[in-house]
Design a protein around this ligand. Structure first.
Ligand code: ZN
Length: 330
């Protein structure tokens, strides 16, 4: 946060300096004054492609609703009483190129006046490792008899993802779905049966058959059923485009449409669907983008700051560190 703040302070200083230099032009001075009422911070400090991000915004007085545009997607902020700030979780596309990305903010007031502010956020390039996987051929190229099923399931997921609830249902930090270590990281470039496939869109956890899997945060069950690739799968809608996904379960212990609390058991881990052995695949999706679940667990939302000790931020490692959690690189 410190670097972000110091950057923001430098920015503010430069804007003030520009305003003073242009004091003969009242419009320029007014613009600088209005912009100074905004401040934007984000977590994690080092953003990479494939990372979730928590934006935290101080808006000018009088703003009663705040909307953001990021990665060509719009989203609503909610107001935190403890921090007296607006906050929301979004994501960086795994395919995003490194560089500055624009966050556009649009605040509205009681009188329907629109106050806008643009900010630049630096996105670094993550050097995701390569991992080799061997799978039964039927899970690489589904046989003709399951083709119709696969298509039906794709259509179902598309429909469900288009019906995400508009209001945020989560609160506080997201928790790990199991109390075990990671066996396969998010974003790894997968070579499946010798052929380069799509990147890994989740985090794999070690989980012996029958390990209790818990909801990472509160929400509503979007899907709880057996799918061809995902196996026994649970998806939880946390609102505002955010969904957590739990795959390859041996048992599902909740029903579609049901409200779930953070930490509530939702099923038992297993080896169903396209899986090489018992484990839990934990996926996080924000408005169609898959983002790193491990990073989501490190984010501390502002309304919890007084109750939760600050979590250590992942230190960027060098590119040579294979399987690094967060790597800053160019
Ligand atoms: Zn996986």
């Amino acid at each position: 946060m410190k670097d972000v703040l110091s950057f923001a302070e430098t920015f503010v200083f430069l804007r003030v300096l520009c305003g003073l230099l242009l004091c003969f032009f009242s419009s320029a001075l007014l613009h600088a004054t209005a912009d100074n009422a905004w401040s934007v911070q984000w977590q994690p400090r080092e953003l990479v492609n494939g990372s979730p991000v928590l934006f935290r915004v101080k808006a000018p007085p009088g703003v009663t609703a705040l909307q953001g545009t990021w990665e060509e997607r719009t989203f609503d902020f909610r107001f935190g009483r403890v921090c007296q700030c607006w906050f929301a979780i979004a994501g960086v596309d795994l395919g995003s190129k490194p560089g500055n990305q624009k966050l556009e903010l649009k605040g509205s007031t009681k009188d329907n006046a629109a106050l806008t502010h643009d900010d630049e956020v630096v996105v670094h390039e993550m050097d995701y490792p390569v991992s080799t996987v061997t799978l039964p051929p039927a899970y690489v190229q589904p046989p003709p008899e399951v083709q119709a099923r696969v298509e039906e399931e794709q259509a179902l997921k598309k429909k469900l993802f288009s019906e995400i609830l508009p209001d945020a249902l989560w609160s506080g930090p997201f928790r790990s779905p199991v109390a075990t270590g990671v066996s396969g990281g998010f974003g790894a470039v997968r070579v499946v049966n010798g052929v380069k496939g799509s990147p890994h869109q989740g985090t794999d956890y070690h989980a012996r058959l029958g390990t209790t899997v818990r909801a990472s945060n509160s929400g509503k069950v979007l899907l709880a059923r057996n799918l061809y690739f995902e196996g026994n799968c649970v998806m939880i809608d946390h609102g505002q485009g955010l969904v957590t996904i739990y795959m390859h379960l041996s048992k599902i212990r909740i029903k579609e449409g049901q409200a779930v609390a953070k930490g509530q058991p939702i099923g038992l881990s297993g080896n169903s669907g396209r899986s090489t052995g018992p484990h839990l695949h934990f996926g996080v999706r924000w408005q169609g983008l898959y983002v790193d679940g491990k990073t989501l667990l490190m984010i501390v939302p502002p309304e919890q700051e007084r109750n939760v000790p600050p979590l250590r931020e992942a230190k960027p490692k060098t590119k040579s560190a294979a399987g690094a959690a967060l790597v800053k690189g160019k």
